[in-house]
Design a protein around this ligand. Structure first.
Ligand SMILES: Cc1cc2nc3c(=O)[nH]c(=O)nc-3n(C[C@H](O)[C@H](O)[C@H](O)COP(=O)(O)OP(=O)(O)OC[C@H]3O[C@@H](n4cnc5c(N)ncnc54)[C@H](O)[C@@H]3O)c2cc1C
Length: 292
């Protein structure tokens, strides 16, 4: 039982996760917690440990598929003022893990800082983007100098460049809680950075269903191939299970047309995996994280 009123005020019980994912899918989390500062974050984790309750970190939920029965865990989200800090200095920018990546990119545009232009349109938080090494044409990990994290012993550590490992769709940051990160950049001018950012965003709007309910690309690109192209060649464009549809625009996106369930999405993913393996001899690996 939780007897701490301050901590209780930061928690919601039986919170529908469909409210906190871009897929708009998912049953309830036992606890949804938004710590107001570092101390509350430590207290929440301490309480969960004393109750043997698993802890999961969620950013904007833009890479998450939550099971229909929900998650038996405390889902911690850093979308509070303390964790959305932003400090712009002459040679670096430090951003909190809960800050929206789009907000950070806007600041890069305004200040004429070049580097993150091609990440425009990714609906991540800074923490989620770092854990996943978000990107496409360039990767967020390429622009990081230092990351401040909380480790398993609830100690705050600063990881410098040498301690950071960024790879395709992942990093070594998943085992920590990312608190904030220091970004490097090339100094440019606002007009050029804005123009480049808009160019990348326009290209994504043309080729992806950015406004639809989805979690972006469902499968990782297998070595040297495009998962979307293999899915397309296997005839899945526009195919569905229930309200879960393979996008017509980008065949590696699954769209929740209205009331898709996690089970619909998983069934559609299974069909795709089996057919692509049969047709092309390639086993697709999910990029999205299925929780619950
Ligand atoms: C329309 C659309 C377009 C997309 N386009 C792209 C794209 O171009 N490139 C790309 O790479 N991805 C893309 N994605 C996928 C997604 O946006 C990225 O994977 C993103 O990095 C997830 O960030 P998030 O904040 O939503 O994290 P979540 O989805 O909430 O979490 C993802 C993972 O990060 C972990 N995590 C979150 N916050 C923290 C933290 N503070 N500390 C430690 N771990 C944390 C979570 O535990 C989880 O394992 C797209 C998604 C959508 C919906």
């Amino acid at each position: 039982m939780i007897h701490n009123d301050k901590i209780l005020s930061m928690m919601k019980f039986c919170e529908p996760m469909r409210e906190h994912t871009t897929f708009k899918i998912g049953g309830p989390a036992d606890i949804w917690a938004q710590p107001k500062d570092l101390e509350s974050l430590m207290q929440i984790i301490g309480l969960c440990r004393s109750e043997s309750m698993p802890v999961v970190i969620a950013g904007n939920g833009s890479n998450l598929l939550i099971k229909d029965k929900g998650i038996k865990a405390c889902v911690i989200n850093l979308n509070t003022a303390y964790f959305k800090s932003l400090k712009v200095e002459a040679d670096s920018v430090t951003a909190g893990a809960g800050l929206g990546l789009s907000r950070l990119i806007n600041v890069f545009c305004k200040e004429g800082l070049s580097g993150l232009e091609s990440l425009a349109g990714i609906p991540a938080t800074v923490g989620g983007a770092l854990a996943m090494n978000a990107g496409g044409k360039a990767w967020i990990g390429d622009f990081i100098e230092e990351v401040s994290v909380m480790d398993g012993e609830l100690k705050v550590r600063n990881l410098d460049r040498k301690e950071l490992v960024f790879r395709y769709r992942g990093s070594n940051l998943g085992k920590y809680i990312v608190l904030n990160a220091r970004f490097k950049f090339r100094k440019s001018n606002p007009e050029t950075v804005k123009k480049q950012t808009k160019r990348f965003l326009d290209e994504k709007i043309k080729n992806q269903d950015l406004a639809a309910k989805s979690a972006g690309c469902v499968f990782k690109n297998p070595n040297g191939a495009s998962a979307g192209r293999l899915i397309d060649l296997s005839g899945f464009k526009g195919k569905n299970v229930g309200d879960a549809f393979v996008s017509e625009k980008h065949t590696n996106f699954i769209i929740n047309a209205q009331n898709a369930t996690c089970s619909d999405v998983l069934k559609l993913m299974d069909k795709i995996i089996v057919k692509v393996k049969k047709d092309h001899g390639v086993r697709l690996e999910p990029e999205i994280k299925v929780l619950g």
